[in-house]
Design a protein around this ligand. Structure first.
Ligand SMILES: C[S@@+](CC[C@H](N)C(=O)[O-])C[C@H]1O[C@@H](n2cnc3c(N)ncnc32)[C@H](O)[C@@H]1O
Length: 270
């Protein structure tokens, strides 16, 4: 906070700071003061700051304006068009970390910005991380977030792009894939609907298309005793659970009420 204050003094007087807060507040920003401090901390000049304020006022998600979000205590770079990692997904990371050991091979399917894999790799040292996404914007962001920690990023459809050498070698498959039913996409909050791509949200008619595809093929990629962890919703949890059972996985469902997070965990039997 002191650093930000010093920066404010460099190119900003109190009056301008207050006017930014008021501007953001009048456009509906609930945390206008915090947002103002964040924007100030990232701007390198008054011109850049005013540009950022204008973008935010026009409705751009704060994370896109800043160019990053905070996830599991990490600064994850995001650019417009990539899914912004949600706090609830930190529960998926927590669950994956319990099951991951150093030197494990970890596969992050539908990786988006790469946040989930990055968070696991930061805590569990020396894992071999492979992350996949179909969308070029996501692949670009993931490359920035995980290649610096030794991860590999692939662009393509789920398992299709993975090297064959990984078959039956993966210890952990983790996924926060699209799981919103097609008809419900239009009911999502405005920022998601307008700024995040449909490919990141739409999980098909019942929202579970990706869960079926990932669970069905998981046994071909997991080692015996390896785990598949997928984020789902409380409402869809039982169905995701059944999908895992039908794929022959030993299955459990875990939930965190505070984060409103549900994760289904399947284990390939030996
Ligand atoms: C809900 S977002 C989650 C991103 C990231 N896992 C996270 O939690 O921040 C789902 C991601 O799945 C990707 N995706 C959609 N269809 C895909 C496919 N067939 N193969 C790989 N990735 C896909 C989207 O591009 C998007 O980045």
């Amino acid at each position: 906070m002191r650093l930000i204050r010093q920066k404010i003094n460099l190119f900003l007087d109190n009056k301008t700071e207050k006017s930014i807060i008021n501007r953001l507040r009048s456009e509906g920003a609930v945390f206008a003061e915090e947002e103002t401090l964040l924007l100030i901390s990232e701007a390198r000049s008054i011109e850049e700051l005013m540009n950022m304020v204008e973008k935010r006022v026009s409705g751009f998600p704060l994370e896109y304006v800043l160019g990053f979000t905070n996830f599991c205590g990490l600064r994850i770079e995001v650019e417009r068009g990539v899914f912004i990692p949600r706090p609830r997904t930190e529960f998926l990371v927590q669950q994956a970390k319990v099951l991951t050991r150093p030197y494990d091979i970890v596969l992050d399917l539908c990786c988006g910005s790469g946040a989930v894999g990055a968070a696991i790799a930061t805590d569990i040292k020396k894992i071999l991380l492979h992350s996949v996404d179909i969308d070029p914007v996501a692949v670009r962001c993931a490359s920035r977030n995980i290649t610096k920690i030794g991860g590999h990023v692939y662009q393509g459809d789920l398992y299709d792009v993975l090297p064959h050498s990984l078959r039956c070698q993966v210890n952990i498959i983790v996924a926060n894939a699209p799981y919103v039913p097609t008809d419900s996409v239009k009911l999502l909050p405005r920022e998601a609907r307008l700024y995040e791509p449909k490919v990141a949200l739409d999980g098909g008619k019942d929202g579970l298309d990706f869960h079926r595809m990932m669970a069905e093929k998981a046994p071909h990629w997991l080692v015996s005793g390896g785990h598949l962890l997928i984020e789902t919703s409380e409402m869809q949890g039982t169905k995701t659970f059944e999908i895992f059972i039908n794929s022959g996985l030993i299955t459990q469902i875990v939930r965190d009420e505070e984060l409103d997070a549900t994760v289904v965990i399947g284990t390939k039997s030996g």
